[in-house]
Write a protein that binds this ligand. Structure first.
Ligand code: PGA
Ligand code: ZN
Length: 399
């Protein structure tokens, strides 16, 4: 693959923040990748940018990209990406770190170009290696319907303490599932009398966790959906205590696990992400132990797409499912290794957007290509819909 042009630029994400985009021009075409940005980030994620900030990352990236122009990279499979990674590493040792958001964009845009160079769709190119060319199964969407926590501004001083109240369809096709989610989302708006959306396009409300779950239960029943939660427990945890504001209450570790277990039973919750704070492996284990196989106990901040942490969580029986966010680790080779580890250990994978998203649909290809069972990318908003549409397109092309 001959690099004719490699051009970085700033683009705005859905929160209006600047993020990095890279355009690659080869003889096969032009390819673009932009990185999303998190707000409730895991403590163990790699830093998103250089320690001096995004402008320093961009400065470095401009020099780096110019140097790569007119060079040739032979990329026939994901492992060949190591040639690019090596060049990145050498550059970083001399001039400073890019950060995970930037290396995510560099590696992804090279893979995208390489896929075309090999006459393949992006999902197909990465799928071949991981699934030995077998046709992938389409994921089911995980949709953020009602929001709280760090992603939502308060209404009259209040918001739910949990970050995301999710709807998870079980339909024959992805496109049917995405449509059902959208209808259910509109119905939830009516029941809530919601008037505005949060960072991820979920409805804002001042209700408590339980009040929201009551609404969600009605919605889920009507549309035959499963209920999920991203508790994002670390965002309201401090020195041994979970500090609830709506209603005001402090829970210790035992109380927190009890509370989550009670909710799982009462509302028949199918999916619980980050129910305990991000370093509490034994707390997750306690949850998993209670639910056995019925509910997905999902690591996000716990695992941060980092193979070492994923191994610890899986071997310690703390999770049966995990979030895959490529820019948490900033290395696609490591994402591939995490994926293979999950497959081997029957860990359910949920490929996920970030709260600050861009008009980039690469995540959909990663999800399908790597064989993710779920794609968590919101229900509403153009940055979310573009990813849902991409899966629908892939689904259609495979029929
Ligand atoms: P983010 O969080 O704001 O870091 O993208 C989303 C999540 O916790 O799943
Ligand atoms: Zn999360």
């Amino acid at each position: 693959m001959f690099i004719r042009e490699l051009v970085p630029s700033f683009v705005k994400n859905s929160r209006g923040e600047r993020t990095v985009q890279i355009m690659l021009v080869t003889y096969e075409g032009r390819f673009k990748v932009s990185a999303p940005s998190g707000k409730s980030k895991g403590k163990h994620e790699v830093p998103s940018y250089n320690s001096k900030g995004i402008d320093r990352s961009m400065k470095l990236l401009r020099v780096f990209c110019r140097r790569l122009e007119n060079r040739n990279f032979m990329i026939r499979k994901i492992d060949d990406l190591k040639k690019v990674v090596e060049v990145v590493r050498r550059f970083e040792t001399r001039y400073g770190r890019f950060g995970g958001n930037v290396t995510y964009a560099i590696e992804s845009v090279f893979l995208k170009g390489a896929a075309a160079d090999n006459n393949k769709e992006f999902w197909e190119f990465i799928n071949d290696e991981v699934n030995n060319g077998k046709k992938p199964k389409m994921p089911m969407p995980v949709g953020n319907c009602i929001g709280g926590g760090l992603h939502s501004k308060v209404i009259d001083g209040k918001r739910p303490d949990f970050q995301e109240f999710l709807l998870i369809p079980k339909e024959k096709t992805f496109s049917r599932a995405a449509t059902v989610n959208l209808r259910a989302y509109e119905y939830a708006r009516k029941l809530l009398k919601a008037r505005s959306r949060n960072d991820e396009g979920a409805w804002r409300t001042n209700k408590t966790n339980e009040e929201v779950l009551d609404v969600l239960k009605t919605v889920a029943k009507k549309y035959k959906l499963r209920i999920g939660l991203d508790i994002a427990a670390s965002t309201f945890y401090d020195k041994g205590y979970y500090n609830y504001k709506n209603k005001s209450l402090v829970r210790d570790k035992v109380d927190q696990a009890d509370y989550v277990e009670r909710l799982i039973k009462k509302y028949k919750i199918f999916y619980v992400e980050d129910g305990m704070q991000e370093e509490d492996f034994s707390g997750y284990k306690e949850l998993l132990n209670v639910v056995k196989k019925g509910t997905l106990i999902v690591g996000d901040d716990l695992t941060t797409t980092n193979l070492k942490l994923v191994r610890r969580a899986v071997n310690g029986e703390a999770i049966n499912a995990m979030i895959v966010k490529p820019n948490q680790i900033g290395s696609i080779i490591e994402v591939r290794d995490v994926v293979n580890f999950c497959k081997k250990n029957k860990i359910v994978m949920i490929f996920s957007h970030r709260s600050g998203e861009t008009m980039d649909d690469t995540l959909a290809d990663y999800c399908v290509g790597f064989g993710g069972q779920f794609l968590k990318t919101g229900i509403f908003g153009r940055e979310r819909l573009i990813k849902l549409r991409r899966v629908m397109m892939i689904e259609k092309s495979l029929r």
